[in-house]
Design a protein around this ligand. Structure first.
Ligand SMILES: Cc1ncc(COP(=O)(O)O)c(C=O)c1O
Length: 433
């Protein structure tokens, strides 16, 4: 495959942009190559600037649930653009989108729009701290909630010790307020609450983790978070930036039958535009300014184009009543074909899947948390990624990400993907032997 133009474009970008990209994973460092520069995308396909076509399983890291350049969304954005790009004043689409979110997610009465998932989780933490008058946040190792200071904290040396900053530039003092626990470990969560429950402002969690690869919640894990936060007067923040409107009309919470106190969104609710949101019960959300004392604001928040795109995407999802069943079938097909191709070739893998989120882990062990995810063979993943892309299958360039299915993926796309997967497994087998 000729990707010379992308190579040149990347060299040029590196002169003017740190590492040549505006978000680190895009640099393809984990897979030992350079990124493809994308010229356009339509439906399930993306096209790079060298003219290569790929079946896209990244979907802009999740937002493109209906596929690229979906007419109902591009039309809504075009119409909105003709009426002005930004007002910095209220517009009706903000209320419409907020109202639709409250109708779909039962534990939400009130929603505040922001511009990214990072802004949503950062604001949710401030709200939780303002509402409870406490400082400590509990997060789980391997969950990613954006790049705000309180959340760029990695685990400390023991399960119940405070973490340390995972990025330069984050004051170590921030780590004093963030307790990082193993995902799916009800015991360590219970111990943490027994020890300091009255100081914990909130527990934030990806209800299905997607940022260490896909890791579903163990039986009782989300229920334990719900029970302990309620018992100790802390808040349960469900970070549904990735899973919101992807796993069910009411996200992962709907799928598992759980209510949270604050829910954060991004990705799908923007239809491909930069949007985030956080919402919850009225008494909590009334703490947000200008109703309450927790300050949070945004020049472009509730931008009319972004609202139009998000609203169009959610309305389209709501009209298409069996969309989740259809995507579930596609996911189940890929999961079972991936498993059998790997087995046929004697390649140890674990395929974790919840609905349209799938990860193929190169390991012999069940992947249930960050420790087990980290034990995967990333060299083998690298080979797998590069061979798949050579066959026109565009996957996330890291072992620790999800593959995202969309409504636009056709049976033929999936068959081609399964065919490529089988070929790649037999290549890996030859190299291993
Ligand atoms: C679960 C989760 N929360 C928060 C974020 C941050 O969102 P953004 O990249 O829009 O800032 C992400 C991004 O991937 C995410 O997956």
């Amino acid at each position: 495959m000729n990707t010379e133009k992308s190579k040149k474009a990347f060299d040029e970008a590196k002169k003017y942009i740190p590492g040549g990209v505006n978000s680190p994973v895009r640099a393809f460092k984990n897979v030992g190559t350079y990124p493809l520069f994308i010229a356009r995308a339509k439906g399930s396909k993306i096209y790079d600037i060298d003219g290569n076509e790929f079946i896209d399983f990244v979907g802009s890291w999740g937002p493109m649930f209906l596929g690229h350049a979906k007419e109902c969304i591009t039309e809504a954005v075009r119409t909105a653009a003709e009426n002005g790009l930004s007002f910095g004043a209220p517009c009706a689409a903000e209320t419409e989108l907020a109202k639709l979110i409250t109708e779909l997610v039962p534990c939400i009465d009130v929603v505040r729009m922001v511009n990214s998932g990072t802004e949503a989780t950062m604001s949710a933490l401030r709200l939780a701290r303002g509402y409870t008058g406490r400082n400590i946040i509990v997060k789980f190792e391997g969950c990613y909630h954006g790049h705000s200071d309180s959340l760029l904290i990695k685990a400390g040396s023991g399960a119940a010790t405070f973490g340390s900053a995972s990025s330069a530039g984050v004051p170590e003092d921030f780590a004093k307020y963030t307790l990082v626990l193993p995902y799916n470990d009800i015991d360590s969560l219970t111990k943490a609450f027994n020890k300091m429950g009255n100081e914990i402002a909130a527990v934030i969690v990806e209800p299905v983790a997607g940022n260490m690869g896909v890791v579903p919640p163990a039986d009782g894990f989300l229920q334990a978070i719900r029970r302990l936060t309620a018992e100790y007067g802390s808040l349960f923040i469900a970070d549904e930036v990735m899973t919101g409107f992807r796993l069910s009309p009411s996200g992962a919470l709907g799928l598992y039958g759980i209510d949270a106190d604050i829910v954060t969104f991004g990705k799908i609710i923007g239809g491909g535009m930069p949007v985030g949101a956080y919402g919850g019960k009225r008494d909590i959300m009334e703490f947000v300014s200008p109703s309450g004392p927790v300050y949070q604001a945004g020049t472009l928040s509730g931008n009319p184009l972004a609202m139009a795109a998000g609203l169009a995407q959610l309305q389209c999802i709501c009209r298409h009543t069996n969309i989740y069943d259809e995507i579930e079938k596609k996911g189940a097909y890929l999961e079972s074909e991936f498993k059998s191709a790997a087995e046929r070739n004697g390649i140890p893998v674990r395929v974790n899947r919840v609905g349209s989120m799938i990860s193929v882990f190169f390991t012999d062990n069940d992947v249930i948390d960050f420790k087990t995810a980290s034990a995967c063979d990333t060299e083998r993943f690298k080979l797998y990624f590069n061979e798949m892309i050579n066959r026109g299958i565009y996957l996330a360039p890291s072992q620790f990400e999800s593959l995202f299915l969309s409504d636009a993926h056709t049976d033929s796309d999936l068959e081609k993907t399964v065919q490529a997967f089988g070929e790649v497994m037999s290549i890996i087998k030859k190299i291993v032997v």
